[in-house]
Design a protein around this ligand. Structure first.
Ligand code: G3H
Ligand code: 13P
Ligand code: ZN
Length: 339
């Protein structure tokens, strides 16, 4: 049952030239597609659940689907993570639900409030054997339950929102977090840039220097491939000017600068939407959900496989499993006594 925390994953990713893909799950098809892709590519993975996903699917259903997936793929290193947790109460629920990792996101608060919230959540999670990601600096893009800034305003004033490398040291020391989500020019959603997409690689480098050993996380890392935008628009959609982070820049952040976790949601949504639109437009008499959700699931699988190569994580499952064994197979308290 290689359900695990991110610890064995980041131990190897930190200076291994690869990153762990963290993919958002909202329903059965997404979970199946992500797991299928990782099994095909022998890649470790993080399944992440946002507050919106908990609400949409009802966490009981979603967790049962994920537990079934973990049982279905006993050799796959899997971490179940809370994406953008915003309160200690939510973190407690995630711990009770058997998550192995949580994010507490106080990045929209002032610094001292972010420190206090993150410290409280971290103490609670650590007491339960769960690892913690927190965020410093601010991202652009506005999602359902994630506080952010207008992506284009963000792009104009980027310097002001990037993670401060000196503050990052203080933040990590005072909170005890296990990984840090950094603001380096990415935004959430499909409309990240008006102008040329450019990540602040020098910031990653500086933070790696001031915080040696601390795994860094990149949110808002979808690439919004033009061919998928073209498909969406061809089949009746309307997504003009969508733009993401080019895949070569994501690969660079991972392979050259050492980012350990890369969050991808939008690209999976795009693959799914493009395929469903295609079926509806080309087969207007189709009304069996299996005949559009099935092809959509296959499209998501292919998209995730493509991402695993961008992140260089294909083929890394065995090494992560070995590292997990070496660490003594640590799991949250929730799993004590369970097989
Ligand atoms: O960063 C946010 C993720 O894309 C989740 O989005 O809150 O709409 O589920 P969501
Ligand atoms: P994208 O919107 O770029 O896929 O980012 C997802 C994310 O950061 C989830 O936390
Ligand atoms: Zn995010």
């Amino acid at each position: 049952m290689p359900l695990m925390t991110t610890k064995p994953m980041f131990d190897l990713a930190y200076d291994g030239g690869f990153a762990i893909g963290a993919f958002n799950v909202n329903n059965m098809e997404l979970a199946q597609a992500i797991l299928d892709a990782c099994a095909k590519e022998k890649s470790p993975l993080i399944l992440q659940i946002s507050k919106g996903a908990r609400k949409y699917a009802n966490i009981r259903y979603l967790k049962a689907i994920i537990d079934a997936g973990v049982a279905e793929y006993p050799d796959l290193p899997i971490c179940v993570h809370c994406d953008h947790g915003d309160t200690v109460d939510l973190i407690q629920h995630c711990i009770n639900d058997g998550y192995t990792s949580v994010m507490i996101d106080g990045s929209h608060y002032d610094y001292e409030k972010n420190v206090a919230l993150t410290k409280e959540a971290t103490d609670l999670a650590h007491a339960n054997g769960v690892v913690v990601e927190a965020e410093l600096g601010m991202l652009g893009g506005i999602e359902e339950d994630v506080v952010g800034l207008d992506a284009h305003e963000y792009e104009k004033n980027i310097e002001k929102f990037l993670t401060d490398p000196k503050q990052a040291v203080d933040f990590a020391k005072r909170t005890g977090i296990d990984s840090l989500a950094v603001a380096i020019g990415t935004s959430h959603g499909a409309f990240k840039f008006k102008h040329e997409a450019k990540l602040a690689f020098n910031r990653i480098e500086e933070i790696m220097k001031t915080c040696p050993g601390l795994p860094l996380v990149m949110h808002g890392s979808s690439s919004v491939p033009q061919e998928f935008i073209d498909l969406v628009n061809k089949y009746g959609g309307n997504m003009p000017n969508a733009k993401g982070v080019p895949e070569d820049q994501i690969n660079m952040a991972v392979s050259k600068y050492g980012v350990c976790k890369v969050n991808i949601d939008t690209d999976l949504r795009l693959a799914m939407t493009a395929k469903i639109r295609e079926v509806f437009m080309t087969k207007p008499a189709e009304f069996d959900p299996r005949n559009y959700l099935g092809p959509a699931r296959e499209a998501i699988t292919k998209m995730v496989q493509r991402k695993l190569h961008v992140l260089n994580s294909a083929g890394k499952a065995d090494a992560i499993n070995k590292q997990w064994e070496k660490l003594g197979k640590p799991l949250p308290k929730f799993y004590a006594g369970k097989k």
